[in-house]
Write a new protein. Sequence first.
Lengths: 245, 329
Amino acid sequence: MSRWVTFWSILVKDMRAYYLKPPNISWGLIFPLAWTGMFFIKSGGGIEDLLALLPGVVAISVLFGTTSMLAVTVTFEKKNRSFERLLLAPISLELLMLAKTAGAILFGAANAFVPIAMAVFFTDLSRVAWGTVVPAIVLIAVSSTFLGLFIAVSVSEVFEAQTFSNFFRFPMIFLCGLFFPIEQLPAWLRPLSYALPLTYGVDLLQRGFGGVSQMPLAMDFGMLLVFCATLFLISLNNIKRRWIT
Amino acid sequence: MESATPVIEACNLAKNFDDITAVESVTFNVFEGELFGFLGPNGAGKTTTINMLTGLARPDAGTIRIAGIDCSKSPKAAQHLLGVVPDESNLYPELSGYDNLCFCGALYGLRKQERQTRALELLERFGLADAADRKFDGYSRGMKRKLTIAAGIIHNPRILFLDEPTTGIDVISARQIRQLIAGLNAGGTTIFLTTHYIEEAERLCNRIAFLVSGRLVRIDTVDNLMRQTDSRHVVRFTMTEEAEGLCKAISGAFPHLQCQTVSKEAIRLESHEPVRIGPLVRFIEEHGAEVSEARKLRPSLEDIFVSITGIAGTAMKQEQEKRKAGGGV
């Protein structure tokens, strides 16, 4: 029971100290808003096209919301050595890192619902398969957060975390099937697309919002779960290897 | 307060960083209720040893037992018994003093009511009650140090590791912290203290270990260490101006005296026989220097440290102060 006290306290502390700060809340609102506007203008369509834009806006909002915050906060705490306090706490490293990433997962998932909440006023969402969309948002948030953790553990400076995050994020956006269908990509790039977690998340979101999906539902969920587990285990291993020397 | 039950047992601990040996075959026990001092210059391996004992680093060789629990393979097994105050005040800058303490209590599983009560009690005890709602970032260096110690004991640890607790802070805060450390030890907490201030270790500790270049060169009680100095006689002469070559001249004329230049205007003489001041004053003045002060000194633990390690205690202290001033606390 006491370890859940620790888990909950780390989550609440991070939410208060980082995620619920006014600049981050405004980032969480403005960023999805800007993406929606950008996609909408680019599409050149009318309000009826809004539903088709949602998978892209939701996926990008979650990706940026999670990776930006987690990579920076963990690197910052490592730099000022307050992260040592967490490593000294009598709970397992696995639970500790789940607590540390839970805030980013919640923040990322909340970001996803900003464009959805806005869309409610402009389009009919009654045909949306929420049973697919909500788990997809959660899994994109988890896999993106663990990607952020992987980045945080790989660098030692905050600016490196930001640069390294972009190294993953921008190729992911362009290769995951959001802007160009994967089958229209050059043949040599396609395998790379299938090696990205966002590809499967976007496919799920497209299916959930009534669009066309490329892969079977089980494969999308399965691959996202595999990415979550792999990124988390690699990050834990890196923490043990690099930070508990 | 001490008993013969070892609560920390380190056996043949070794740690290398690439081709640098940080700690080499270090073996010692710390007993229940003891205030154990771990002294050594920068780079001696003190922090690396603490990191291994607390689970922040993995030993390359050797075994660690904390309160009988084998921590060599599972470093987290005894962390609930430990409080750690690192050499830098590493609390959360964006949280208030009170919130920092409550959070640290929660890390050790204290329930809400318990950690809130304990946080208020510690803020009062450490003289920080008025600053409880201020952000840690706005605290002075001394206040930060005190709050970091309070955070280290919020869960009433059985063993407290204090890494350089008074380095880089003002005299009054340092004095208050020493009183707090003595109080904690009097209350039954076993304390493992590393410090560059030899006089601090002499004043506070029951036993002291000297660590040099990763090796333990001496471990003994302060009383036993001080007994070595009983047969020594030390006199310090201060001159009104610089006396170049004086030590060499004195060593030639008085072969039984060991002379050491303390500063441009001061020398220190040591002998196993009583030192007669009159002839020395005349000798110095014949060499063109005027003696402004001659003082017999009680040999200190610093003298023992210097004789064991060959490192001047003042040099060690200055080096550490410089490091802290550069890096900030």
